[in-house]
Ligand binder design. Structure first.
Ligand code: SAH
Length: 359
């Protein structure tokens, strides 16, 4: 057998079955492997005791199970944990565990850095270093679940770490399929939320997916002029187009699209902004999530006062919108929204170095 070693962590269940079959191994072993890797968090083939010794030896000579390594683990006073994970090429990403009652949430990354360059986001300062593979996206969940003792408990996943998921569409959706596999973690798509700046062709594809996560749109502004200044992709995909896709988006019964709105003092937090926002969302099954800015060095905006946020929320509520204000978790360890940037990675891209110098 002269196959090069194959990375089992990169394969969905169907691909794993096919890869085993190509090596003369029976397909049903794929389900056992999925159970070990995902459900039990075990990547050491010697510990996979329901596989015969011969099969374990065959596998050991032919496969690897590449898994992000924990190189940093910060705990916030509020219980939030930020893991810095190192990938096979020594690039680093961050993934966050947000404990809450009754639900626990993993916030995971889809890219190293991000190309969207939103004006208030620290990750955006890094530029895009590279896309994550499906195995690396799903791998974060495996590692978080094992590290936090959550392998046997239900948890939510938000694709709100570093990166823009619809800019890395195929790998993101493949990772969701891997996480959904019933012999693995069996994560229901209802427990997954994909947050996007609103890349219209990606939204149109998403609307046809059989495994559809919940959708959150990072809106942040109510006029194209204001939004283009804050979220540059708006130049290509303006508000009207994004909202038109949202209007036709196939939603399950009782589900709604979340509209995220980062509040920046004196920029997008006036009562007029709130009224315009309510108007824009008419006719969409929506809920609004206000995110008072998490300030960071080098970010040229400020967080509005609580009164200002409450007033904005009240205007939306008066117009019968469901509004929540996001609690920022883990700000003391820089794990909050828009605060993920890898510091001190072994290999920095030029963009990363620039971003660090600008702080
Ligand atoms: N690229 C995706 C997901 C990543 S960010 C997206 O843009 O939706 C998740 C959320 O955090 C987005 O709504 C993003 O706009 C917001 N965010 C970014 N920087 C922030 C900051 N400094 N303070 C508060 N929220 C921020």
């Amino acid at each position: 057998m002269s196959h090069p070693p194959i990375d089992l962590a990169a394969l969905d269940l169907g691909e794993l079955e096919a890869a085993l079959e190509a090596r003369g191994v029976e397909r049903f072993h794929a389900r056992q492997l999925y159970r070990w890797i995902y459900k039990r968090g075990v990547t050491d083939i010697d510990r996979m005791t329901d596989l015969s010794r011969t099969l374990r030896e065959t596998l050991k000579s032919q496969v690897i199970i590449s898994t992000p390594q924990i190189v940093g683990d910060d705990r916030s006073v509020d219980g939030t944990r930020k893991l810095v994970l190192e990938l096979a090429d020594a690039r680093r990403i961050e993934a966050v565990f947000i404990p809450d009652t009754p639900s626990m949430t993993f916030c995971i990354s889809t890219q190293v850095g991000c190309a969207m360059a939103c004006g208030f986001c620290l990750t955006g300062r890094m530029g895009l270093v590279r896309h994550l593979t499906a195995g690396e996206i799903a791998g974060q969940v495996r590692v978080l679940a094992a590290a936090t003792g959550m392998l046997d408990h239900p948890f939510n996943i938000v694709l709100m770490g570093m990166g823009e998921p619809l800019h890395n569409y195929d790998n993101t959706m493949k990772a969701l399929r891997m996480l959904h596999a019933e012999h693995g973690l069996a994560v229901s798509p209802r427990r997954v939320t994909l947050s996007t700046v609103g890349i219209v062709p990606g939204l149109e594809r998403l609307a046809r997916e059989p495994l559809m996560p919940n959708l959150a749109i990072s809106l942040h502004a109510t006029t194209d002029e204001q939004r283009t200044a804050l979220v540059p992709p708006n130049r290509k995909y303006p508000l009207a187009e994004i909202l038109a896709v949202c209007r036709r988006f196939p939603l399950k019964r009782r589900s709604r699209i979340t509209f995220e709105y980062v509040m920046l003092a004196g920029v997008n937090d006036t009562p007029e902004d709130a009224r315009r926002l309510a108007k824009l969302l008419t006719g969409i099954k929506s809920k609004v999530n206000l995110i008072p800015l998490n300030p960071a060095p080098g970010i040229p905006y400020e967080r509005p006062s609580d009164e200002r946020v409450d007033r904005f929320a009240q205007i939306l509520a008066d117009r019968h919108l469901t509004v929540s204000v996001r609690k920022s978790r883990g700000r003391d360890i820089r794990a909050a929204c828009g605060q993920l940037i890898v510091e001190g990675g072994t290999r920095r891209s030029a963009a990363q170095t620039m971003a660090l110098l600008m702080k």
